[in-house]
Design a protein. Structure first.
Length: 249
């Protein structure tokens, strides 16, 4: 029986500052199966782990990520906004996370952010970096920019991919086949149970986001989704364990 995986959204982001090593390490301790994080390029074209296009919300800096060098960004706190306990947290580079990942038995879901004009540049930097560290089997590439997902399948066909959507797609299976992916990351309120069941039967890898309420976590586990993406990985792991125990009694 395949259990629904639990992916920690930006790490254990309900209890730790998002997209930091503290949040990623806490997700592993919570027994998450995977970590979802966001990547975009700096001015000097280094992939860094940060969600917003600007530094203002989650760091002690301000302005566009792409207007700062990695050296400048590394001087900022990426945890003080959350709590002074984490004031020494820095914005990780993707490579730092990949080096750390080598010693972990988890999946890394890299969501590609940034400017659409940079999609080819990002692909040419990020995909070889994953190959360099031999992590093709541990990584999923996802994006709201479906053209970059198609580009990934052309340039790095060994990598697993997924499109991200907010609203439900009309006839998603032909669309996914056209993009050449089976991964479908959808906003958790956008699909009916019968639509989910049909897509699973057709081999689509469904990973709803951001699933935080107990009843919704249980719902997607019982429906048999490939994974859920949540800010509360420990709670989700506990609910999954209880659900499994009930089924096996």
């Amino acid at each position: 029986m395949n259990q629904t995986k639990v992916f920690a959204h930006r790490g254990f982001s309900s209890q730790y500052p998002e997209n930091t090593m503290a949040a990623f390490e806490a997700a592993v301790k919570a027994n998450a199966d995977g970590i979802e994080l966001d990547v975009q390029l700096t001015l000097d074209e280094v992939p860094v782990v940060i969600h917003d296009e600007t530094l203002d919300r989650t760091t002690s800096g301000s302005g566009l990520v792409q207007s700062h060098t990695v050296e400048e960004i590394k001087k900022l706190s990426s945890g003080a906004w959350f709590s002074q306990t984490y004031k020494n947290e820095q914005v990780p580079t993707l490579e730092e996370v990949l080096v750390w990942l080598k010693d972990q038995s988890i999946v890394l879901n890299i969501e590609l952010k940034g400017q659409i004009s940079d999609r080819h540049k990002a692909a040419s930097i990020i995909f070889p970096l994953i190959e360099k560290h031999g992590l093709e089997e541990q990584v999923i590439i996802s994006s709201f920019d479906h053209k970059v997902i198609a580009l990934c399948k052309e340039q790095a066909p060994m990598l697993e991919t997924a499109i991200i959507v907010f609203a439900a797609l009309f006839e998603p299976v032909p669309y996914l086949r056209n993009v050449d992916t089976l991964g479908y990351h959808f906003y958790y309120k956008s699909l009916l149970n019968e639509e989910i069941e049909d897509l699973i039967k057709r081999g689509i890898r469904l990973r709803p986001y951001t699933v935080n309420e107990d009843h919704q976590i249980k719902r997607f586990i019982q429906l048999g989704c490939e994974a859920i993406i949540t800010d509360h990985p420990k709670k989700a792991v506990d609910i999954r364990r209880c659900n499994f125990n009930q089924l096996t009694k």
